[in-house]
Ligand binder design. Structure first.
Ligand code: NAD
Length: 319
């Protein structure tokens, strides 16, 4: 019996992907150390097997690949914190980069493997000012996190060229949606603001800078959809894809959207711009569109759904 491995499957993006795979009757193995992921993000399902452990533990990975035959691998496990990559650079490198290379070594020997999808990041573009960011834009990472993501995705591509590993790298832009951590600085800004709007009648939102800075915010359902496209599309292997909407949205626009949907007016506190924050970012997604992908969610539609489902994190059947 063939399985799909989802590393980091108990996390925000990984758990939504697991839901989608289970819906389509796949057998799924989640490997996660629960450092930021949660068991309650995962459903009780007999087709799901959970292994708690460190993706950088070679002995564990050897064991997992001995026990299961994988048709697909989604590799999302990572210390997804730019801040932590600055304060704990070596450990982050082991998890975010070296573990990916070891997985590729295993994937190389997997004859049944049809696709390996790696979760890279728009952080690889860093502070290069060219816009929109296309996959051919210069890469100028400004954090150890960005360097590790770039290195790991390039290993995906080179293992494709050298050994025919059917690997794809996805550069996620600013993903948001239910189950994202809205409590810490490492959570996405949409989730942080939404949390404030849901917990107070008069939410206080702190903006670093003037709020005109822009990002390409992409809803989790569009991200899962994009991941499923590259999982099956014949020509996807050996390529890198931006996963975004192609729309440029300012931080103030996000707050306005939340005000409109919740009916609460925010008190905005403007604080000093943070060093390292980039001014503008949005993606050219024509490469992904060429596979048939279309982003379905507008900012307002997704915020509306996010607000409506924000209690969903506590699953009644939590394991
Ligand atoms: N959320 C975004 O906007 C975004 C943007 C770009 C890239 N990404 C990438 O997408 C992936 C998923 O991110 P997310 O937002 O869902 O974050 P997340 O923190 O919710 O998910 C990461 C998961 O990996 C697990 N993990 C961390 N270290 C591990 C280890 N050593 N061994 C096993 N599991 C480990 C965590 O417990 C967590 O479940 C990450 O690779 C991240 O770098 C996310």
């Amino acid at each position: 019996m063939k399985h799909i491995l989802v590393t980091g499957g108990a996390g925000f993006i990984g758990s939504h992907l697991v839901d989608s795979l289970l819906k389509d009757d796949f057998n799924v193995v989640v490997l996660d150390d629960l450092s930021s992921g949660k068991m309650q993000n995962l459903p009780n399902d007999e087709r799901l097997q959970f292994i708690q452990g460190d993706v950088a533990d070679h002995l564990l990975i050897d064991k997992v690949f001995k026990e299961f035959t994988f048709s697909h691998i989604f590799h999302l496990a990572a210390i997804a914190s730019v801040h932590e990559s600055v304060t704990n650079t070596y450990r982050c490198h082991k998890v975010n980069c070296e573990a990916s290379l070891y997985l590729l070594e295993k994937a190389r020997k997997c004859t049944a493997l049809k696709r390996m999808v790696y979760a890279s990041s728009a952080a690889v573009y860093g502070d290069d000012p060219a816009l929109p960011k296309s996959e051919d834009s210069p890469t100028r990472p400004i954090s150890p996190y960005g360097i590790d993501k770039y290195t790991a995705e390039q290993y995906m591509l080179i293992y494709n060229r050298l050994y025919g590993v059917p690997a794809v790298a996805l550069r996620y832009f600013n993903v948001y949606g239910p189950r994202q951590n809205g409590c810490s600085m490492d959570g996405g800004v949409v989730s942080i603001f939404l949390n404030k709007f849901l917990s107070a009648e008069k939410p206080v939102a702190t903006i670093y800078g003037d709020g005109q800075q822009t990002r390409d915010f992409v809803y989790i359902k569009d991200v899962v959809n994009a991941s499923r496209y590259v999982m099956t599309h014949e020509t996807a292997s050996g390529n890198v894809y931006n996963v975004a909407t192609g729309r440029e949205t300012s931080i103030l626009n996000v707050i306005q959207g939340l005000e409109e949907i919740t009916g609460h007016k925010a008190q905005i506190l403007f604080s000093d711009k943070r060093t390292g924050d980039i001014e503008r970012s949005f993606a050219d997604i024509s490469r992904l569109r060429a596979l048939g992908f279309v982003p379905r969610y507008s900012l307002l539609e997704s915020l509306q759904e996010y607000v409506e489902t924000s209690g969903e994190i506590e699953r009644p059947e939590a394991r």
